[in-house]
Design a protein around this ligand. Structure first.
Ligand SMILES: Cc1ncc(COP(=O)(O)O)c(C=O)c1O
Length: 379
């Protein structure tokens, strides 16, 4: 099997998670909205999953709304807040230029609906500047949305400072924590976050499930209609096995977070050392310290990303050239472009991303393969 270095794209479902999900496909198949025994069994299990997810971010269970994943949670946060705030004559939103497409494209749609959006620039390490954020604010600003940690380069934003600023001026603050959840300790109270996006499949849970946290002081408008599920904010019969799997993944990742964090830091460090030891010419993209430990974005100058990816794949290494959604298209990474990196750096960037299962042996093998590919291509 190829060595999997694409954990930021998705992770395999943990065995304990799979086990926890299985009964909910057959013996416990009830609809959580049913008042009879079958329904109650499922409702109780779902309540537990909600409780675990809430506890993990220091929230209340009623503040958690399950969705079909990070993309839907981002859309619900942006569109649901924009529509609500329009009622208060606020129609301006601030995001960064390096947000995931789930946020960016939701904002493009909002612009078509008459909202105004400011796209904050970032520096060459992928950080936003608080003063630029302050300058972008006006009395019509409804929402600031700044991702916790970037999915392509891993740069972590000054979330606490942004939360404090937002609170001080009375503007809502959303953060997409899809990549940070599971590696960073997130406390919505301490960080003054009003809306937070989570996804299950990045932490060993199943795909197609996620959650949006919404603070008590805010009320989003729903984007779908038709039922009373998720307190009418996200109607439709719930993805019960998915939600329970997500709950189990949260429970496990919470227990193992510190060990995983240490392991991935060491793996990342070792990978970089292995490349250095082999005298390979490369640059690391993203912030040198404030970076998610599982993401390592590297440009092998002079070798375009596609050629490198194909060769890595042929040699048994699975990774990607950017986010899962943009790789496969030949578009340049909007993240690296926003970071204002030279064209040769952008065009040769590869994202390696690690999981707790990644071994030192795999990392050494990957470095050897990279050395071999560079040697072959330079002939
Ligand atoms: C930062 C970020 N936000 C949102 C998403 C979308 O999450 P999902 O795949 O659960 O829709 C991703 C997925 O890669 C992501 O990395």
């Amino acid at each position: 099997m190829p060595i999997y270095l694409d954990h930021a794209a998705t992770t395999s479902v943990l065995p304990e998670v799979k086990e926890a999900m299985l009964p909910f496909f057959d013996e416990k198949f009830g609809n959580p909205s049913s008042i009879h025994h079958y329904g109650r069994v499922v409702r109780t299990a779902m309540d537990e999953a909600r409780q675990k997810s809430a506890q993990e971010i220091n929230a209340e269970p009623r503040q958690i709304f399950f969705t079909s994943g990070g993309t839907e949670a981002d859309n619900l946060a942006l569109l649901g807040t924009a529509l609500r705030m329009k009622e208060h004559s606020k129609d301006h939103i601030i995001i960064t230029a390096i947000e995931h497409h789930a946020v960016l494209d939701a904002c493009h749609y909002l612009e078509r609906c008459g909202f105004r959006v400011t796209y904050l620039p970032v520096d060459t390490e992928g950080k936003v500047d608080i003063d630029q954020l302050k300058n972008a604010l006006n009395r019509k600003t409804a929402l600031i949305s700044v991702m916790y940690g970037n999915n392509e380069v891993g740069t972590i934003q000054p979330i606490k400072k942004i939360g404090e600023l937002a609170k001080e001026i009375g503007v809502l603050f959303h953060t997409d924590a899809v990549q940070a959840f599971g590696v960073e300790r997130i406390d919505v109270d301490e960080l003054m976050i009003d809306l937070l996006t989570l996804s299950s499949h990045k932490i060993g849970g199943p795909k197609g499930v996620g959650a949006l946290y919404v603070s008590e002081s805010h009320s989003i408008l729903p984007r779908m209609f038709g039922g009373s599920q998720e307190r009418r904010k996200r109607p439709g019969t719930e993805n019960v096995p998915g939600i329970l799997g997500f709950g189990k993944a949260v429970e496990i990742s919470s227990k193992r977070r510190n060990d995983h964090l240490m392991h991935m830091k060491e793996i990342r460090q070792r990978f970089i050392e292995e490349l250095h030891n082999r005298k390979i010419r490369f640059v690391i993209n993203g912030h040198p310290h404030d970076v998610l430990p599982h993401i390592c974005n590297i440009s092998f100058i002079g070798i375009d990303s596609e050629t490198m990816l194909i060769n890595l794949d042929l040699n048994g290494i699975a990774c990607s050239s950017g986010s899962a959604c943009t790789s496969g298209s030949l578009e340049r990474s909007h993240v690296l472009e926003a970071m204002n990196l030279p064209g040769e750096v952008i065009d040769s960037a590869i994202r390696f991303s690690f999981g707790y299962q990644t071994t030192f042996d795999e990392i050494v093998k990957a470095a050897k393969v990279i050395e071999k590919i560079i040697h072959q291509l330079s002939k």
